[in-house]
Ligand binder design. Structure first.
Ligand SMILES: Nc1ncnc2c1ncn2[C@@H]1O[C@H](COP(=O)(O)OP(=O)(O)OP(=O)(O)O)[C@@H](O)[C@H]1O
Length: 806
């Protein structure tokens, strides 16, 4: 039951071109019957039908459909009513031209709980009734206008809706198919309401139960129609039974002349000439001579002109059961996939344009992301040259020649700086170290320079973080952290190629600027620090830079022949034999060291040290060195705590000197960031501009694609496909395209960036980790989905007529 009250519709309301298409229309329709709406072109028939069917908004009044009252277009409510009650046959067909006839018709059954078999049965039945079953597998665009119109009719009828709205349903059909279609509609109208807009009065007069006349947007007449017999208006054929007959019989010929009773011809004068088996006709009459044949579209039939009466319509066999609606109107994934792929195929040349935009934006976004990540992510290994546990203590404002201060500084250094409770003295590399290149017969041994790192006492090396080799046991044995090896292999000479993997560095020899003193690499650690782990006495020697000392315990571990368990007092030293001889030192002499040390004996050359001292003696020497340098580097597991502690105890010495503490590791990062923050402002602007341009390009590409296909969207929407399925198909479509454009473009660009970064000679050290690449891809896909949803949703929210139903 439809009730229309005071319905008004204005186009371009409030504008100069305002037009009133419906003016105070009041109508009521029952649940069954065939109603024809007649009227001149432009009288408002289509506008009325669109308003009833929820295809367009209206300006005033209300429409009530089976108890639900609408006072305007509301996407959700109108969609629901439309899907539940209506079947449409459009003037312009609105079928998916790139799909098959079968697909188009089956689409209307999507909302119903039917098996594939049941769906096919229904589709076949209705196509057969309309005489287009043989085209079921044909693509619609390959059919004639009339055949396409019948596809549109089949799609409206296949679901047997409550109300069928048909706008000029037979406008493109020949008489035979017009009658067949109208007979189906008439048949259906026994059980449902059929509203037909037509301009063919003969059709309306014969088939309609009620005829409504519209003029200038107003109902001018509304009458019950009593059908009279329908006489076919087929003028082209000649039905002999309608004519009088006269026979002229002769020896050589028999002529039959047919004419209408009151239409007697003038004397017909023809010359017939028979020559060489052929008959030539010369027309001497006034009338034209027309040969009745297929070429002239005229057939002469010896029968009555066919006509149609109510009985014929009643006898017409048509039977398609009504359907129960199912709730879920989504398409199965297979269908969505099919739809997406078909959409891509249908893009044709536009595909190339979209591919180019996706490729260009993927490359732009990859470069800008790489730049962003490079600015934000700090590759500590590349920047930092100091161990993160390193605290630098500078003793400032001091006068080391002042005896008082001397004593206080000694106390501060001995008691607090070098007490192991909070800090442990380490050394920052200054003079450089070299890894000896492995020697091959053909290549002279080369050294690999190792710079910018910390020397850390090996007691701070976690045994579990030893990747290869072992912990140092002797004084000149060291462990290299893999971070240093990475630096060597990445940035320095080709000699690093002589080593093959971390393990091959075990056994390598290190030496300082003085190549005679060698250190042996006994292990490779993974502490994540730029550090070499060694004996504290190596650190002492490196601080002193000349004095090579080891403790008596370390000496005992060397197992020097003839020396057993050497134990020295804190002020006693052993001196290397060769060194003593060259310098003229004798036992009992004062050693040439800072502090009071007496030479107690000698030891053979070849250990890589010049002095052996007690452990405490070594420590005293270390304190003396710190005192001379007025600075040291301290190793601590808790930098803030240690800083606090030093600050507290140093307060008592403040009048004499001031310990100033810095954290080289943090300072290096800070300095890097400061340096970068100025460089990256302009870079950031370019980066944001590139990203925005890419996104705008993609947005407009997707939007224009959706706009161009608004007809297709309208069709899907009109035939009950859920918005979710439509949007999913669009997203899937863009994802499928992205997977052959964005995905490879991002991967290739990232690969090239990484490749360039690996070539030290190019000096382009861009950090673009794989997690950022994956993140970029995920973001791309997410953004595509959002960009896809926006325009498609806005199109779906509009009344279908506002989109494409012109
Ligand atoms: N989208 C539109 N914008 C502006 N005016 C419109 C629009 N659609 C229709 N009109 C106008 O509204 C009036 C009614 O149009 P409508 O299409 O309903 O007429 P009709 O009776 O269906 O005509 P026809 O038989 O030619 O299809 C016409 O004057 C038409 O120009």
């Amino acid at each position: 039951m439809i009730r229309i009250n005071n319905l008004d519709k204005y186009y371009n309301k409030g504008k100069k071109s305002e037009q009133c298409a419906l003016n105070d229309v009041n109508l009521e329709f029952g649940n069954t019957g065939l109603v024809c709406i007649l009227g001149e072109s432009g009288s408002g028939k289509t506008t009325l039908l669109n308003a009833i069917g929820g295809l367009d908004d209206f300006s005033g009044g209300s429409i009530e459909i089976n108890g639900t009252k609408l006072t305007g277009y509301s996407p959700k409510l109108t969609d629901a009513i439309r899907n539940e009650h209506f079947g449409y046959i459009f003037q312009n067909y609105y079928i998916l031209k790139d799909y098959t006839v079968g697909y188009n018709v089956k689409l209307a059954l999507n909302r119903y709980d039917l098996t594939e078999e049941e769906k096919n049965e229904r589709v076949d039945y209705i196509l057969d009734m309309l005489g287009i079953l043989k085209y079921k597998k044909k693509v619609v665009s390959k059919l004639s206008g009339g055949q396409q119109q019948r596809v549109s009719i089949a799609r409206a009828l296949v679901k047997a809706p409550n109300i069928i709205l048909a706008d000029e349903p037979t406008g493109n059909l020949d008489e035979e198919n017009t009658l067949k279609t109208m007979m189906i509609l008439k048949n259906i109208s026994k059980e449902c309401l059929v509203i037909v807009v037509t301009h063919e009065k003969r059709i309306a007069k014969f088939f309609a139960d009620r005829i409504i006349q519209v003029s200038d947007g107003k109902i001018v007449s509304d009458k019950v129609n009593n059908a009279t017999a329908y006489e076919r208006g087929d003028d082209s054929n000649i039905y002999l039974k309608e004519y009088e007959q006269e026979i002229i019989d002769d020896k050589y010929a028999e002529f039959k002349l047919y004419h209408k009773k009151d239409d007697i011809p003038e004397k017909i004068r023809l010359n017939f000439v028979f020559k060489d088996g052929k008959l030539y006709i010369q027309n001497l009459s006034e009338n034209d001579l027309v040969i009745a044949n297929a070429e002239n579209g005229v057939q002469i039939l010896d029968e009555e002109r066919p006509s149609l009466d109510a009985q014929d319509v009643d006898n017409f066999e048509y039977n398609l059961s009504r359907l129960d609606e199912k709730k879920n109107a989504g398409l199965p994934f297979r269908e969505i996939w099919h739809m997406a792929m078909a959409n891509i195929a249908a893009l044709g040349k536009k595909q190339r344009f979209m591919v180019i935009i996706l490729l260009v934006s993927a490359i732009l976004l990859s470069i800008t992301t790489a730049k962003y990540v490079n600015d934000k992510v700090i590759d500590e290994a590349a920047i930092v040259t100091a161990d993160s546990h390193c605290l630098k203590v500078n003793i400032e404002n001091t006068d080391i020649f002042n005896e008082d201060e001397h004593m206080d500084m000694h106390e501060f250094i001995n008691k607090y700086l070098n007490n192991k409770k909070y800090g442990d003295i380490i050394c920052q590399n200054t003079s450089g170290m070299y890894i000896e290149g492995r020697t091959f017969t053909q290549i002279k041994s080369q050294d690999i320079s190792l710079s910018d790192f910390s020397y850390i006492p090996y007691e701070h090396l976690d045994k579990n973080k030893l990747l290869y080799g072992r912990m140092p046991e002797k004084r000149n044995e060291v462990v290299l952290d893999k971070q240093l090896i990475d630096k060597v292999t990445e940035y320095t000479s080709a000699v690093s190629l002589m080593y093959d993997g971390y393990e091959s560095y075990v056994g390598a020899k290190l030496h300082g600027s003085d190549a005679t003193v060698k250190y042996k690499v006994v292990g490779i650690s993974d502490m994540g620090e730029p550090s070499v782990y060694c004996s504290p006495n190596v650190i002492l020697s490196l601080m002193e830079n000349t004095t090579l000392v080891e403790s008596d315990e370390e000496f005992n571990r060397e197992n020097v022949k003839g020396y057993k368990k050497v134990k020295l007092k804190d002020n006693e030293v052993l001196i290397r034999k060769g060194f003593a001889d060259s310098e003229g030192y004798k036992i009992g002499d004062q050693a040439n060291l800072d502090g009071d040390y007496v030479i107690k004996g000698t030891f053979p050359d070849g250990l890589g040290v010049d002095y052996v001292m007690s452990d405490k003696g070594c420590k005293m020497l270390m304190c003396e060195q710190i005192y001379m340098d007025s600075a040291c580097y301290s190793y601590t597991d808790n930098i803030p705590e240690t800083k606090k502690y030093y600050k507290k105890i140093s307060s008592k010495y403040l009048e004499k000197f001031e310990p100033v503490m810095t954290v080289p590791h943090d300072d290096q990062i800070k300095e890097y960031l400061e340096q970068y923050s100025t460089v990256s402002v302009s870079g950031n602007v370019i980066m944001i501009a590139a990203a925005v341009i890419s996104l705008i390009m993609i947005y407009f590409m997707i939007k224009s694609n959706a706009m161009l296909r608004s007809e297709e969207l309208t069709v899907y929407k009109m035939f009950g496909i859920s918005n979710k399925s439509i949007i999913s198909a669009f997203i899937l479509e863009i994802y499928a395209m992205a997977s052959v454009t964005t995905l490879p473009a991002v991967l290739v660009t990232a690969g090239i960036i990484k490749l360039i970064s690996f070539a030290p000679s190019l000096n382009v050290g861009v950090i673009f980790p794989w997690w950022a690449v994956v993140g970029l891809l995920l973001c791309n896909y997410l953004v595509y989905a959002i960009i896809c949803i926006l325009p498609v949703k806005s199109i779906l929210a509009k009344p279908p007529a506002a989109l494409d139903l012109k």
